[in-house]
Ligand binder design. Sequence first.
Ligand code: ZN
Length: 198
Amino acid sequence: MTPFDYPPIPLIRRHGPVGYTDYDSFRPWLRDEFTFRCAFCLRRERWEPDRGVFEIDHLRPVNRFPGLAVEYENLIYSCTACNGAKRAETVADPTQVLTASAVTVESDGRLTPHTIAARRLIRQLDLNDPLFVQWRGRMIRIVELAALHDPDLYASLLSFPDDLPDLSALKPGGNTRPDGIEQSHLRRRERGELPAVY
Ligand SMILES: [Zn+2]
């Protein structure tokens, strides 16, 4: 297991906020939906000193699909590196294409795709760029060493953020999936259901 292992099954979105007129208003929903990490490369908020590393990306770019600018299903939580690599391309939804069975994370940090769609997305996002691979391999090793020798460091690398968003306090113009609030990370933490690390 590494922190770069993709989820076993494609994401089924829990949230469905509607009615916002600017896409940044979706940020707390997207943080929660994407488990506080980049949907493409799985870089985590916890690893960065500045939340500004995370942006809101449009799967289908605004310049060609202006009607989807504030459409929740078109929004993805992405780090600046992945958002920059993607540019204005239309790409497949990483939460559907990058799954554990579709991508093997090698111990040196390389990603080995097993499907055509995963191979294409990895290429489009430069996820096997040598510097990216080097960074991923280094993070895998740091987490391995922390697991063996430094439980506090391990917990700080892999725990959830302290400031889990309270989605029930937000005022969407509507919510097509209101039940998602109960499945949000804050609610799960309050019920004692959230694991210490992920
Ligand atoms: Zn990324």
